[in-house]
Design a protein around this ligand. Structure first.
Ligand SMILES: Nc1ncnc2c1ncn2[C@@H]1O[C@H](COP(=O)(O)OP(=O)(O)O)[C@@H](O)[C@H]1O
Ligand SMILES: [Mg+2]
Length: 353
């Protein structure tokens, strides 16, 4: 994959640094200025405790990808979205800037407010209530966004920001332009109180069509299998065999490179046409974990690893390590510590060395 960024390298200090320090002597062929992009919702996660953090699954992916890539001088993560002309919008833009992620692709809407998700964390799983008609429901495109699609090496998107046709169409068009992995992390979001579903079978189907990787959690895989009308698997099969069966149908129907299914503390399963990877359970106690953002970190870890040329099994281990580390924090976007950086590097170098 090429990224066609040459004309910008002299202007952008981050890129220039990346060229100098990247990949010395590893012998693997990588994109030296990898661009990973999230597209869709950026919003405020407001918790029952009253605390609020910047979130939105594709933003969390962009944030984690940016940390991973900039820590190793290999590139950056950015986000395509929109906020309102309001206090939360200003707060989000400041946080984005603070993380050294570009605000160039985050539009400011005079018509629609900044998105808000109320998060209810129950038994290890999160519930949500998502404000309708947020700024990111009405994404348009512009020349800068168009240019970003062309230089993006891997993109992550989900179903929530496609709940209205305007953003749905724009997101899928953006994704289809990306020459690289296109990861659809389905993230089905049903409102906890009014039970409204922020997704549909059509959005899931159209999204799978433009993807190379589909990531779901265990519950979502069951639900989309039903929505997409997959053949029922033998009821006598054990859970894992049933999951493999659904994954295979998903992989084949859409001609995907990979299907990744995370199972909370029970591990993860990944399938490509020629390979199956099964990760053992990560066994963190339920009452000690903060699940918001874990799946997003998994997606970011996967895209980071694959763009750096790591094999699927190593990519899965790195993604799982990052995701289970995120569950130790209430924030969905904790800053990488020196310890987790060392642990991730060990996984990566174990492969390279
Ligand atoms: N209880 C847990 N213990 C350890 N790791 C966890 C736990 N819950 C989640 N994770 C990590 O986060 C990943 C994604 O979590 P999961 O809940 O399956 O996805 P999602 O957040 O998309 O629902 C898991 O594969 C694992 O790496
Ligand atoms: Mg998820």
């Amino acid at each position: 994959m090429t990224n066609g960024n040459d004309e910008q390298m002299g202007q952008d200090p981050l890129r220039a640094t990346a060229i100098l320090v990247c990949n010395v002597g590893s012998g693997r062929e990588i994109d030296v200025t990898t661009q990973i992009t999230g597209i869709g919702e950026i919003l405020m996660d407001v918790f029952e405790s009253g605390s609020a953090t910047v979130g939105g699954a594709p933003f969390n992916v962009a944030f984690q990808a940016h940390q991973l890539l900039s820590a190793s001088g290999r590139g950056r993560g950015d986000m395509v979205s929109a906020v309102g002309e309001d206090d939360w919008g200003r707060h989000i833009l400041a946080a984005v800037k603070d993380a050294s992620i570009s605000t160039e692709y985050i539009a400011v809407s005079a018509k629609h407010p900044t998105g808000i998700a109320t998060v209810f964390v129950g038994e290890g799983e999160a519930g949500f209530e998502i404000l309708p008609d947020a700024a990111w429901d009405f994404l348009g495109g512009d020349a800068a966004t168009e240019a970003l699609a062309k230089k993006t090496n891997a993109v992550a998107f989900g179903s929530l920001a496609q709940r209205l046709p305007t953003s749905g169409k724009m997101i899928r068009e953006f994704v289809a332009k990306v020459d690289g992995h296109r990861l659809f992390d389905v993230n089905l979001r049903q409102n906890t109180t009014d039970k409204k579903k922020n997704y549909s079978a059509e959005v899931v189907d159209e999204s799978c069509k433009v993807s190379t990787i589909v990531k779901t959690n265990e519950v979502e895989l069951e639900e989309i299998s039903e929505m997409l009308g997959f053949a029922a698997t033998d009821a006598a099969l054990g859970t894992e065999d049933r999951l493999w069966g659904h994954m295979e149908q998903l992989l084949k129907r859409y001609g995907l490179y990979a299907v990744a299914v995370t199972r909370g503390g029970k591990g993860a399963m990944l399938m490509t046409e020629g390979e199956r990877v099964r990760l053992e359970d990560s066994k963190l106690k339920k009452d000690e974990i903060h699940p918001v953002g874990a799946g997003d970190a998994f997606s970011a870890g996967l895209l980071y690893s694959l763009t750096q040329g790591l094999p699927l099994s190593t990519s899965a281990r790195l993604a799982d390590k990052l995701a289970s580390w995120v569950t130790r924090y209430e924030s969905s976007t904790p800053k990488l510590t020196e310890e987790i950086k060392r642990e991730l590097r060990a996984i990566e170098e174990g492969e390279a060395g």
